[in-house]
Design a protein around this ligand. Structure first.
Ligand code: CO
Length: 144
């Protein structure tokens, strides 16, 4: 990737959340609520994304606990490789997701899927960038 081709800086905004894939969502939610004393949401199934999500709200960001939903869950393979769970992706905010995508593609980054933003867990457009282009980290972009 060519990260220095004269593009302006300032595209990336706040850290929206860090997502952790977990083998037992109920146990994970209990751990954050009871051991860490955090504000923890109810579990919400996201059939179109193949996950069940629980959000932990912190003062400055959120943690998204991800459990498996259905046979085609995108986190099933991750959990095979990381049976006790682990950090799955980070989510960064952008003002304009289509402009961010076009800029990243111009710079050689690969967008997962068909490249079209999908509606994510917060009802806002999201897309994912290939972890091989970002030092092994899966990055979700969410329109702020
Ligand atoms: Co996410």
């Amino acid at each position: 990737m060519d990260g220095n081709n004269g593009e302006e800086t300032g595209m990336i905004g706040r850290l929206n959340h860090v997502a952790i894939a977990v083998p037992d969502l109920e146990a994970a939610a209990r751990l954050y609520r009871e051991v860490l004393g955090a504000e923890v949401s109810e579990a919400v199934a996201q059939p179109e994304h193949g996950v069940v999500t629980v959000f932990v709200t912190l003062a400055n960001t959120k943690i998204e606990l991800l459990g498996v939903y259905g046979e085609e869950s995108p986190i099933a393979r991750f959990l095979e490789r990381n049976p006790s769970g682990g950090i799955h992706h980070i989510c960064l905010e952008v003002d304009d997701i289509a402009a961010a995508r076009d800029r990243l593609v111009r710079q050689g980054a690969r967008v997962l899927g068909d490249g079209a933003p999908k509606i994510g867990a917060h009802g806002k457009p999201v897309l994912f960038l290939h972890p091989k282009d970002f030092m092994g980290t899966l990055i979700e972009l969410e329109e702020a």
